[in-house]
Write a new protein. Sequence first.
Length: 229
Amino acid sequence: MELNEIKSMWLSYENKLQSALKLNRHCLEFMLAQRLRSQLTPLLWHRIIEVALHISVAALLLIFIIKNLSGALYVMSAGMLLIFYTAAIVMCFKQIKAIRKIDYSKDIVTIQSLLVMLQTHLLNHARVAALCIPAFLAFPMVVSKAIRDFHLTGLQFMDIQNGYAGDWWSVQLKITIILIPLCIWFYRETSYKNIHKRWVKLFIQKTSGTRVRKAIEFVNEIEELKREA
């Protein structure tokens, strides 16, 4: 066998080998992309359902406010809750937009940046929820008044105002005054600039979402695979 024939056979074998490696890499990338999609799809549906629930509650609060325009304290309480649910709806929409914006066929850097943005939205969602804790104190009075307004006799066991002898409004005001500075401090502390603090790091890890962290791990696997190819 001549040298040229051997070279030709070797080049043919090398080309086939490269084609096989390229195909294998493509298959692995496709599998990892599917794993990435499987992590984010449940989170997407979770946020869609959450938006639907928040909109329902916001609509009920709006109806409650219209029905109780003569009661300033009830309007203020329901208004605080309405502000929180409106903010929650906006943040959920941001997360839905971030998830839907991810194109799994795009380059790794683009996908990584979108996942980091999604993590930031999740963290901000948790921080705002913590900031609005004082507003949740309005729920007992709003729910109690709504039960009486709409004659929901089956829910009378939830009518806290009916069974409470003291002045709930003054109790709510005192607790709110105490909680507001604590919630503001917590909101400021729980940011990425304080991630060196152990408790802040744990909070960020818990709120940034297990599914998103796994998705980032899958993206890193794809990046490593491309480097080795």
